[in-house]
Design a protein around this ligand. Structure first.
Ligand code: FAD
Ligand code: UDP
Length: 369
């Protein structure tokens, strides 16, 4: 029987392995150099407190794609969950995404009335406006508002997260968190949102549990001796695969300071952003994801860092025309090999959320099988 290789047991690799095993009834060897499945969506139950910890940062599944939602729902039940974070602005915890509620929290009622009226008449109720678009506005009051939001929500957070100002990164990045002309306090408005009821790791373990799938953890592609695969799906970094022959693709990384605290709760919401003060960007309190009870709590404080080979992990591709050109050089190299496919957040060098990673894996399989 033909054998396929999938490198990386994150959500992308799990979808690919599962579909080939199930739908094609072919064998798959699925490897990951980590000792765990689930890639960056990996979570684990802390032994002392029973709290499920998102090791690589807060992960909330959200999608408008029914096919993706229905597919994952075969492997998990969901804790229906809406992310409603706070941001600390001028020492106060206010609603994020920045919306009409946030305006009321920060300004006097008269001023809030004026700003709200102007925003609704300029854009309409229920409209989302990226900060860099809002900054183009000429009206005096709205200009004051856009400067305020830029300074207090985006500028310093982006400097910490990316090392440069908002206007120096791809506009799609800050547009992930638009100003929402509404009182809807949810960070995401997708139709389907949730956290796998028993965690992401259990969901992904179920996806890859199949008689056609041989899972080998703690194994790097470089150490794999077995040639002769019918197809290779590679969800690791494309520059690493080609031994950096054209140079390194840059990434941003993170460091998580995980702390168990001897108190029931640390903060009122699962995530609090700290755009302005401190060196960290956000604090996550993990017990909220699955509404877990304990007289202790676990938080992780998130510090952005530059990615350095051998020191930390690749978390975010950095979208820019130069980096895209370098990526495409590697992709051209890949095209010389038959049946070698690069996919996932690292393989595609794209800032994918989990739902898009799944959707792109579906698309790749329907194109190449
Ligand atoms: P990964 O999860 O990165 O998996 C790739 C795997 O390949 C890794 O396990 C790695 O060890 C393995 N690998 C790489 N190279 C090799 C090699 N040479 N040999 C063997 N194995 C290898 N998405 C959301 O939808 N909602 C969220 O709330 C959300 N929050 C996030 C928060 C943070 C801090 C971060 C960093 C990401 C977040 N994401 C979120 C994005 C989400 O993590 C990704 O969409 C998802 O993990 C992509 O899955 P993947 O399988 O493509 O890649
Ligand atoms: N952002 C910001 N302030 C915030 C939240 C987000 O400036 O309080 C900007 C920042 O540039 C960040 C981007 O918006 O990198 C995307 O934010 P998101 O919350 O989607 O980041 P992720 O969860 O993917 O790290």
């Amino acid at each position: 029987m033909d054998k396929n290789l999938v490198v990386g047991a994150g959500i992308t690799g799990a979808v690919i392995a599962n579909k080939i095993a199930n739908e094609l009834d072919e064998k798959v060897v699925l490897i990951d150099r980590r000792s765990t499945v689930a890639g960056n969506s990996y979570d684990y139950k802390d032994k002392e407190t029973g709290i499920t910890v998102h090791k690589y940062g807060p992960h909330i599944f959200h999608t408008n794609n029914k096919e993706v939602w229905d597919y994952l729902s075969k492997f998990t039940k969901w804790n229906y969950f809406f992310l409603k974070p706070n941001a600390v602005i001028e020492g106060e915890k206010v609603t994020l995404p920045f919306n009409l509620t946030t305006i009321r929290e920060l300004f006097s009622p008269q001023m809030a009335d004026r700003l709200e009226e102007k925003l609704i008449s300029e854009y309409g109720y229920g409209i989302k406006v990226p900060i860099l678009k809002l900054k183009e506005i000429e009206d005096k009051d709205l200009k004051f508002l856009s400067d305020y939001i830029y300074e207090h929500v985006f500028k310093n957070y982006t400097m910490k997260q990316w090392g440069v100002k908002p206007e120096e990164i791809d506009p799609s990045v800050t547009a992930r968190v638009p100003i929402y002309i509404s009182h809807d306090n949810r960070y995401f408005q997708d139709k389907y949102q949730g956290i796998p009821l028993n965690g992401y790791t259990k969901m992904i373990e179920k996806m890859v549990e199949h008689e056609n799938i041989e899972l080998r953890l703690g194994l790097d592609y470089k150490e794999l001796k077995d040639p002769g695969f019918k197809r290779i799906f590679y969800t690791g970094a494309i520059d690493e695969y080609f031994e950096y022959k054209y140079g390194r693709l840059p990434y941003r990384s993170l460091r998580f300071d995980v702390q168990t605290l001897d108190r029931e709760y640390y903060q009122k919401t699962v995530v609090t952003n700290y755009p302005n003060n401190y060196d960290f960007t956000r604090i996550t309190e993990h017990k909220y994801f699955l509404d877990e009870k304990s007289n202790k709590t676990i938080i992780s404080v998130e510090y952005p860092e530059e990615f350095e080979l051998g020191k930390n992990e690749r978390y975010y591709p950095i979208s820019s025309p130069e980096n895209q050109a370098l990526y495409e050089k590697y992709l051209k190299e890949a095209e010389k090999f038959q049946n070698l496919y690069f996919c996932g957040r690292l393989g595609a060098y794209k800032y994918y959320n989990m739902d898009l990673a799944v959707e792109k894996a579906f698309e790749l399989l329907s194109d190449c099988l």
